[in-house]
Design a binder for this molecule. Structure first.
Ligand code: PMP
Length: 468
């Protein structure tokens, strides 16, 4: 099957390359391959499976629709299933938005909901520009791609997303976030910045594909204040961060920010395809059919999604993600102390990233990331080949993990929110083992220097970098 797949399917296939397995059964955290091997799945359908595979409440909800004789294809007509989904979703929204929100059912992918959000704010404001952020990922259709990190659309102005480890200003922390906010403010206020007031600003409260980078809460509030005072709609892309993943039901809740538009997909469909935008009624300025699509009425996904939303809410799985995620981060940070190739460990809730670096690379100013950090200089270069080796070693040990980050050097863990303590330990044990094995067999860069002997007495990049 794998051979036939590689012969017949597109060269653009992705996960199928790094995860050569043929899943035939799955339950909770576990996937079983056609060869009988079992895997702990911390990819979770790229963050989709809030309750893991085939959760009983999801299966029951789907069966109920199938047994009811309800139509499965209904375009965007009203149905009891859709009505129940919308009610459940609205019950979870930040209060300031839920009070007067509209929902638009989109084509079933996250990227289509992003397109809808961009069109909506352009229609409502009559403006065309857009603010988005370095390292962003919003999808693969043209508009969403343009808003993502690697694109070059002239209508999109890319702003620095604050980050600690690879801070574009070389300082990290609160100061780095403050400088990032000031840059944005300055662009808006400087009449000669070359940038006009945009139709909207789109951001991920935690960048996922960009390498698991949580936005500081204070920075989020600054972005809200900056946009609100200039009547710029703020779009929160919660496609990956939503439904409890980061430790609150929606990731914007960490900062208390109420966006004007929220883009939702992945987990809201309870493992089936579903995507929506919810937005302030005032923005609902477009004409009938302005964003249409044949597949906007997936009844099974709405039923599975409503069951998932209710289960996460009733069982306080966001709180569980916060507690368990913090514990897992702690253990991973402990691992980092013993492995110089672990440059950074970060995350929020059960959205966790381990950035692998080459601490021995020539351009690395110090032999370890710890020392580099202590001196306030740039982080060592990313180690994508090592990250890929860790992913392979994980797979060999029956653990499925995702890679991400600007340089594909971040190993990502996105386990289901139903993860038990024992399962979390098993995941981390396998990960630690895989990391040690990959490090042994795949030491990047030239031959390692002992950690205790600094390569140079002063960081080489200070001459051209920041003055500290
Ligand atoms: N936005 C974010 C934040 C995402 O993480 C993704 C998918 N990884 C998308 C949008 C696009 O969703 P889809 O792949 O369903 O089009």
């Amino acid at each position: 099957m794998l051979r036939r797949q590689s012969l017949r399917e597109s060269a653009a296939r992705t996960y199928a390359r790094s995860l050569p397995i043929v899943p035939v059964r799955a339950r909770g955290l576990t996937i079983e391959g056609a060869d009988g091997r079992r895997y702990l799945d911390c990819l979770s359908g790229a963050g989709t499976l809030a309750l893991g595979h085939n959760h009983p409440v999801v299966l029951e909800a789907v069966r109920k629709v199938l047994d009811s004789g309800a139509p499965l294809h209904v375009l965007d007509l009203a149905t009891p299933v859709k009505d129940a989904f919308t009610t459940e979703l609205f019950a979870t929204l930040p209060a300031g938005l839920a009070d007067d929100a509209r929902i638009q059912f989109c084509g079933p992918a996250g990227t289509d909901a992003v397109e809808a959000a961009l069109k909506l704010v352009r229609t409502a404001t009559g403006r065309s520009g857009l603010f988005s952020f370095t390292g962003a990922y919003h999808g693969m259709t043209a508009g969403a791609l343009d808003a993502s990190g690697g694109a070059t659309d002239v209508r999109v102005t890319r702003l620095p997303y604050p980050q600690n480890y690879r801070c574009p200003f070389g300082v990290g922390g609160d100061r780095g976030a403050e400088l990032a906010a000031r840059w944005t403010e300055n662009l808006l206020d400087d009449p000669k910045s070359g940038v006009t007031t945009p139709a909207g600003m789109i951001l991920e409260p935690v960048q996922g594909e960009g390498g698991v980078i949580p936005a500081p809460d204070a920075w989020m509030r600054r972005m809200r204040a900056l946009t609100a005072s200039r009547s710029i709609p703020l779009i929160a892309d919660e496609v990956q961060t939503g439904v409890g993943r980061t430790g609150t039901f929606w990731a914007v809740e960490h900062s208390g920010v109420v966006p004007d538009v929220m883009v939702l997909s992945k987990a809201i469909g309870g493992s089936l395809p579903l995507a929506v935008i919810v937005y302030r009624a005032e923005l609902d300025a477009w004409e009938p059919g302005a964003h249409a699509g044949t597949f906007r009425g997936n009844q099974l996904a709405m039923a599975a999604g409503a069951a998932t939303l209710a289960y996460v809410r009733e069982n306080k799985l966001a709180d569980r993600a916060a507690t368990l995620g913090a514990r897992m981060l702690g253990r991973l940070q402990g691992l980092a102390a013993d492995h110089p190739c672990v440059g950074d460990v970060r995350g929020r809730g059960l959205m966790i990233g381990v950035e692998l670096v080459d601490p021995y690379a020539d351009e690395a100013p110090f032999p370890s990331a710890d020392e580099a950090r202590a001196f306030g200089v740039f982080a060592p270069p990313a180690a994508p080949a090592l990250a890929a080796a860790v992913q392979r070693e994980c797979l060999d040990r029956g653990l499925i993990v995702e890679l991400g980050g600007r340089h594909a050097g971040v190993v990502r863990l996105l386990p289901p929110l139903t993860l038990t303590d024992e399962q979390a330990e098993a995941v981390l044990d396998r990960f630690a083992d895989a990391l040690a094995a990959a490090e042994r067999t795949h030491r990047p860069g030239p031959s390692p220097r002992p950690r205790s002997v600094p390569a140079r007495s002063a960081p080489r990049r200070t001459a051209t970098g920041p003055s500290h």
